[in-house]
Design a protein around this ligand. Structure first.
Ligand code: HEC
Length: 155
């Protein structure tokens, strides 16, 4: 009994430490910008691999699924990547200050994209190329709609 108790508390400490480290990272605005850009790159990769699949037959359906799944896992959290104080001028951020001035509109853009990316992943899982092309285009429009307004051009 004593041993089990010890193992359980050690696991508890490990979990608590993990959470603590994440919180420390989240306090550096530069770090947040980098994490956001890394997440956006996961989106970019999903679109690139799917584009290769539907346009040039240059990727397999398995590669598409592997690329889109992590994007769909990230998609519901887009808004949380944009805390105040992470705009242009912080690290190499291309996030325009208008994001926080028009937070309601930005929220709408983020939610539309989240939904489109999650839907996209569901279509990808079914494996029909024509439907995948349509769902990719639909998701891609939501990326572009946000970038047009909220991302600095020169990035
Ligand atoms: C709600 C707004 C929004 C949505 C939706 C959105 N993005 Fe972005 N994206 C941004 C902003 C703002 C930046 C600039 C972030 C920064 O530099 O801090 C960015 C940056 C990027 C970057 C550059 C990352 C880097 O290396 O600096 C890529 C690639 C990207 N987005 C791809 C996508 C794709 C693909 C989608 C759709 C599947 C998407 N984004 C959806 C707002 C959005």
């Amino acid at each position: 009994m004593k041993r089990i108790g010890t193992a359980a508390s050690l696991a508890g400490i490990a979990i608590a430490t993990g959470i603590g480290l994440t919180a420390v990272n989240a306090q550096s605005p530069e770090e947040l910008v980098e994490q956001r850009q890394d997440n956006m790159k996961v989106f970019g990769n999903a679109m690139r691999v799917t584009g290769a699949y539907v346009r040039e037959d240059a990727a397999t359906i398995e590669e598409v699924q592997e690329a889109v799944m992590p994007a769909a896992a990230l998609a519901p959290d887009i808004l949380s990547w944009f805390p105040e104080g992470t705009e242009v001028g912080v690290g190499n951020s291309a996030a325009l200050p208008i994001i926080w001035e028009q937070w309601d509109d930005f929220t709408e853009a983020a939610n539309a994209a989240s939904q489109a990316i999650v839907d996209f992943e569901e279509v990808v899982a079914l494996g029909d190329p024509a439907n995948i092309a349509a769902a990719m285009a639909q998701a891609g429009r939501t990326c572009g709609a946000c970038h047009d307004v909220y991302q600095a051009d020169d990035s």
